[in-house]
Design a protein around this ligand. Structure first.
Ligand code: ADP
Ligand code: MG
Ligand code: MG
Length: 210
């Protein structure tokens, strides 16, 4: 894992490019299951992060950078996804305070972050949300760090874990958010938030592996 936030501009840029490239597909998903604004919500947030990315990169401390990102996400991304991602980044910042960045520290912080998202959303895996991508990824990272797996292998394997989690939402009924009103009609469609978190995780993993 990169020791400093200097890598952030590149990662934010890559995440935004991945969302832009799949904008139509994801908007269609959120139009069916939600209100169709998920992509524009994320794009607004990622563009705001990109605009401050030089500032973020200049910080030599991951915790400070993540805290700053949480504030930007909170103020720029409306809707459910904004408060959930802000919660994730705020928790990452808190957990990584005073720690050196490595896979073990990140895995521990990420697990706490996803737990905080569950609390915030009063939700868990199996409810057809982004948590179906993020929870298995958090569990995988924790396990991989515990086993002392090589980072290149982790960056490869985490993509399959995220993709499997995202795909698991296809046949689920939704019990949280707007999609819960659809009942059986929600089956057969992947959750937009699960798809975008998978897209961002895969693209960030590829960037970090370069
Ligand atoms: P909104 O639903 O407020 O319009 P977005 O469209 O940006 O916000 O985000 C929708 C995504 O947020 C959903 O696809 C789902 O993945 C996620 N989501 C919504 N509510 C919850 C919740 N309570 N817990 C976890 N994730 C949620
Ligand atoms: Mg929406
Ligand atoms: Mg909305």
């Amino acid at each position: 894992m990169p020791a400093t936030p200097a890598v952030l501009p590149e990662l934010i840029q890559a995440a935004l490019a991945a969302i832009d490239a799949h904008a139509e597909e994801v908007t269609e998903l959120d139009r069916t299951l939600g209100d169709g604004d998920h992509v524009t919500n994320l794009q607004r947030g990622l563009r705001a992060l990109l605009a401050q990315s030089d500032e973020l990169a200049a910080l030599d401390d991951w915790s400070q950078a993540l805290q700053k990102m949480a504030m930007t996400i909170m103020s720029q991304i409306g809707g459910a996804s904004g408060s959930l991602y802000a919660t994730l980044f705020m928790t990452l910042a808190k957990q990584l305070k005073g720690k050196a960045m490595d896979l073990a520290a990140f895995a521990e912080a990420f697990e706490a972050g996803v737990e905080a998202m569950k609390q915030r959303g009063r939700s868990d895996v199996g409810e057809k949300t982004m948590l179906d991508t993020l929870v298995p990824v958090a569990a995988y990272l924790k396990r991989a760090a515990g086993e002392g797996k090589d980072l290149d292998q982790v960056l490869e394997e985490v993509k399959a874990v995220a993709t499997e989690g995202m795909e698991s939402t296809r046949d689920m009924l939704a019990t949280k958010g707007r999609a819960s009103y659809l009942g059986e009609r929600a089956r057969g469609i992947v959750d937009a938030g699960a798809r975008t978190s998978q897209l961002m995780i895969c693209t960030i993993a590829d960037k970090l592996a370069e």
